[in-house]
Design a protein around this ligand. Sequence first.
Ligand code: NIG
Ligand code: FE
Length: 414
Amino acid sequence: MNRNLIVKNAAQLVTCKGFTAKKGEAMSDLGIIENGGVLILDGKITAVGPSHEVTKGINEKEITVIDAAGKAVIPGFVDSHTHFVFGGYRPDEFAWRLRGDSYMDIMNRGGGIANSVGATRKASLDELLVVGTRRLDSMLSFGVTTVEGKSGYGLDRKTELKQLEAMARLNKSHALDIAPTFLGAHAVPTEFKGKTDEFVDHVMEILPEVKEKGLAEFCDIFCEENVFSVDQSRRLLVRAKELGLGVKIHADEIVQLGGTELAAELGAVSADHLLQASEQGIRDLAASGTVATLLPGTAFSLKEDYAQGRSMIDHGCAVALATDFNPGSCFSNSIPLIYALACLYMKLSPEEALTALTINGAAAVGRADTIGSIDVGKQGDLVILEYPSYRFIPYHVGVNTVETVIKTGKIVFS
Ligand code: NIG
Ligand code: FE
């Protein structure tokens, strides 16, 4: 397969070059090259710079050439928090929330996550592959080249492994790269009602198999009032770390419980949601280097207050943005919507939001060394916009401005 390609004459080449997880002020520095070029050989970036330098000595008959005159070129987006493998849908719950039911009310009366668990347990592996492929196709069209995906709609050994197996197969069959996360502790299933500690034990029994089979890179938990406590979360995640998995936490989403502080304490790769994170929690994240992954599409869909994105950056946190794509709290994988919400309601600049969706998203899945920026040695994952600046992404609210997607040197969407 030909994975040699050159992009030339880019009006704006946005490299995000030279950083791993950018913190604080550094998030605004995008390393822009005007009239830029990128050379990709065997799927890897081998030259980045002014177009005339990158094209020097290249025989254009022997390589795929893209003339990006009048267009911006940016790194492929990394959607670092999604739940994209699930059976069934929950449109009625959206309507119930509009009439005043809260997300947790619906969950506590047996809807919400439990609803998707029922449908996912019933779905065959093949059915999950069909819907999974369709959803990945849509993500790719928005310029996402790497996605994190969580299990968590099984809550039993068989279905959790089925979801993870679906992601392993999709990772092979689809152009997108998938970073899989085991979220066996997403909710307490009805068969363990009132026995949360026993359920945490059960999830801990599944963990070694997940690790041995190489089915997940991370372990996550929904640390929330009436779901899993801070102590239960610590117990599971300490074990996950012992087994060599990275850890993540759905932290302080609905109630301020202390999941943010726990994430910092454990050196989690990311703490996610953080709508109710405390001042101390934010300071702890900044000090620990745990990525603060913000999901404004969820706050928008649930009509909750947004996370304190501005304050987190000002405190020196490495902030990432992701969609949280799932069938309940945010049934959207629209990157331009997330981008606009982050700018409009969390006070991120367009520069900070781009960093948060690329290199910091890469850091949130432990891949900042290989993806997330346009830099020599990194994977050739690029997005070409139909406009001359990345600033069109939030400005053209919710509308896709992606023209071409290149994954490891190959055009996979145009
Ligand atoms: O990240 N909060 C917990 N988990 C998901 C929602 C899952 C669902 O509603 O199906 C979230 O928002
Ligand atoms: Fe989530």
